[in-house]
Design a protein around this ligand. Structure first.
Ligand code: ADE
Length: 231
């Protein structure tokens, strides 16, 4: 998320919604009569979807592939590369479904597909829960197409993303300190995250995120109910 501009729209999701997208992908795979023998879930965003797909499709073979966009100190290479390869024999001769949470540029899932194919898999197909129109890659199965680019905050990394978003907001707004309400105001202004939307998707989470930011030393208390970025 560090590479994004200061203002961009975010969509907060929850487990129920994402589970529904997993079910939609599984329905598509079944309708297509594709019967993968193994699911390759891209780490870390594809893990929840990969596990749910195994359940929906009746598979017990789930393996993982971690793609990485950067080498060394935040040096962009353009093409994502494989960080942790798959164990020997995990896909050889088997029909494979490669799954990730979202295709944004499409780089990760397309590289992953090529990697699995090179490992002498049988038929290899791809799926993502969500597809942005910026993607140059079209997965075989898609849970949902998003008409407008947004940063999607998934339930499995809600705290990670909110820490980044709130730190960014504090830096940009450049106030001495912030109340929780002021932070909500800036989340709406800079990221289109409205209070009600956030409370419906992830109720009562802001105090938890702020407490965690304090514990991690990202922010510090600045008087009762006020926070500022830590030095
Ligand atoms: N990973 C890459 N692009 C993303 C996006 N738009 N939202 C959430 N996670 C992403």
């Amino acid at each position: 998320m560090a590479e994004l501009p200061e203002e961009f729209n975010c969509t907060i999701t929850n487990w129920e919604y994402i589970y529904g997208l997993c079910r939609d992908v599984a329905d598509e795979v079944r309708r297509d009569e594709f019967e993968p023998e193994v699911v390759v879930a891209l780490a870390r965003g594809g893990w929840f979807a990969g596990r749910c797909l195994c359940d929906f499709l009746g598979l017990d073979d789930l393996t993982s592939l971690k793609m990485e966009h950067y080498v060394g100190t935040a040096q962009k290479t353009g093409e994502p590369t494989v960080r942790y390869p798959m164990p020997e024999g995990s896909v050889e001769g088997k029909d494979v479904l490669v799954i990730d949470d979202i295709a944004d540029t499409g780089g990760s899932i397309s590289r992953a597909e090529a990697y699995v194919e090179q490992r002498d898999a049988g038929e290899v197909r791809t799926a993502t829960l969500q597809l942005l129109d910026t993607s140059e890659f079209e997965p075989d199965y898609v849970g949902e197409r998003l008409a407008e680019w947004a940063w999607v905050v998934y339930p499995w990394n809600f705290i990670e993303d909110m820490v980044d978003l709130l730190s960014g907001v504090m830096e940009k707004a450049d106030q001495e300190s912030y109340t929780a309400d002021e932070l909500r105001h800036y989340l709406a202004e800079y990221h289109d995250v409205k209070r009600i939307e956030m409370e419906i998707a992830q109720p009562n989470r802001l105090p938890e995120v702020l407490a965690e930011m304090e514990r991690r030393g990202v922010i510090e208390g600045a008087g009762p109910g006020e926070y500022r970025l830590a030095e």
